[in-house]
Ligand binder design. Sequence first.
Ligand SMILES: Cc1cc2nc3c(=O)[nH]c(=O)nc-3n(C[C@H](O)[C@H](O)[C@H](O)COP(=O)(O)O)c2cc1C
Length: 185
Amino acid sequence: MNAEHPVSDRTATEILDPREFRHALGSFATGIAIVTTRDARGDPVGLTINSFASVSLDPPLVLWSLSLYSPSLAAFQHCSHYAINILSVDQIEYSQRFSRPGETAAGKFAGIDFDEGAGGAPLLRDCCAWFECRNETRHPGGDHLIFVGLVEAFRRAQQQRSPLIFHGGRYRCLATDSPAEESRS
Ligand SMILES: Cc1cc2nc3c(=O)[nH]c(=O)nc-3n(C[C@H](O)[C@H](O)[C@H](O)COP(=O)(O)O)c2cc1C
């Protein structure tokens, strides 16, 4: 172990303790998005995710992952397009609603106004940004399926909105919208 940069001396088995693993992953702060599409009947489908990440600028690719146990799996596997709706800090209720176990697709969208993106994917109002993606490729990833989407269109809120943050298993907001202080050398 390097004394200047001490790293955890826990064994692999300890690190792979599922609870510990989850906690360690939770130290990575993310935004929160709701990914939406239409099922084979044309009904809206969506769920809360924080696995969203950018992949490539040219071509413009993004990724996210979906649990193999998700009732929404078939809809996302077979749809032509989906939309990634990046939540703002005042949309915690959306995040909770779209991650509620056992909540039906109809229940998730009840009373929610949305516009339609590519392939009819719901674009929720008042988000920070929206990415309309072609369902390009899917890759096995353990108990999740990794979706790589080709971004065909995107939009940012006209008035900048503060994003909803997830960290340490809790919803959070940015303390300030100012950039973090960089060290000057
Ligand atoms: C902050 C947060 C992030 C989440 N990220 C993901 C994710 O990236 N992938 C996933 O499959 N489930 C994720 N979930 C869990 C799903 O939102 C939850 O299981 C939801 O019920 C799935 O919808 P479904 O029942 O239609 O599959 C997340 C939940 C929360 C609260």
